[in-house]
Design a protein around this ligand. Sequence first.
Ligand code: ATP
Ligand code: MG
Length: 409
Amino acid sequence: MSGKIEAPRGTLDALPGQSAARERVLAVTAEVAGLYGYRPIVTPTFEATELFLRTAGLGSDVVSKEMYTFTDRADRSLTLRPEGTAGAARAYVEHGLHKTPQPVKAWYAGPMFRYAAPQKGRYREFWQVGFEAIGSPDHALDVELIRLFVEITNRLGLGAIRLELNSIGDRNCRPAYVEQLRAFLTERRSELDDDARAKADTSPLRVFDTKSAHVAELLQAAPTIGGSLCADCAAHFAETRALLDALGVSYSVNPTLVRGLDYYTRTVWEFVNDDLDAAQSTVCAGGRYDGLLEEIGGQPTPAVGWAAGVERLALSLGALEGQQEIDVFVIVEEPARRREALVGLAALRARGVTAETDYAGRSLKGQLTQAQRLGARTTLFVRADGVAIRRRGEGDIVVQTIEEAVDQL
Ligand code: ATP
Ligand code: MG
């Protein structure tokens, strides 16, 4: 009984040396997070199921079809997190972060879990990077978060990503609009698909979040939220747009853009890469969620954030050259001096020099090939009678001990 075991369906292995695009996405995100004053938050990968039931809403795709829910040994219902905002908001409330200077600006990177039909760019375990600014209604934060993602895509060299923007109002103006929409949908009920009919009953705004071309076409004639915004929401949206214009961030207003989750208010946006397959072309989605913290027992607390799919951004980057060049390769010609050579290797690394050696019992020739493969700029030859330092394109310098060689580098 020793058959091979494969990774679960819909999961990915990011193998060493083959994940340069993904590493670059994560590194650039961390760099830009620092520039914009967002600090890391780490929350558990599983939470009480109740958290997602309250924040994602019973009618959502995530809750109805995609959650990985299990009971632990003490009969608690837990769920592998499908997204990161709920956990960050829970932590903000649980640790009383409203008592600290507002807004709290946090970012995360980590795995999310959804039982979706696997395709290229859609997985059951995938990574998101996400940013949250909790504790302020200021439109400047909506814009800051959008500009922050633009900065990430600029640094990644992803030119062709476009921004779609909308406002979905708040609890003052949305209910009246939802009634108009409900009436529209009731009239056309027979033309809707099952998915849209179910959403029309539970949460009509979500019908816009459809993957059916037919339903999308039908919805062209539907009333849109834009005409129904109250004065405050309209002003917030106008200021958001004016500041985006001032920053030179281009966008198009998409009046049918909504978010799949109930707690979103006002600004919603998506960044789309049209070079990816249409059903998986959204690389980043964000919005204001002024209603979320109350849902989980916090004070009324305005907040805004976004999440981006790391694999979709990596796919957008395409294959990157993954080979990192090293500074030094240590060739051990005299086996009796290997321990000394390994001590020298550690000393080099301690000084910030990237250094490698052979761990596979290679011959001298094999070790030279390995040094070349790793792109070593300098090779050290540890011999019985001394240590030779060979810099690329230069003659050998011979010293006695490995310490002397390390000091020379
Ligand atoms: P979609 O419409 O593609 O299902 P979504 O609305 O469910 O996306 P969000 O919950 O807004 O997605 O998640 C934010 C981002 O995370 C998406 O824009 C996408 O880049 C990424 N993402 C979401 N689900 C997956 C998945 N199953 N596999 C890979 N990436 C995903
Ligand atoms: Mg989805």
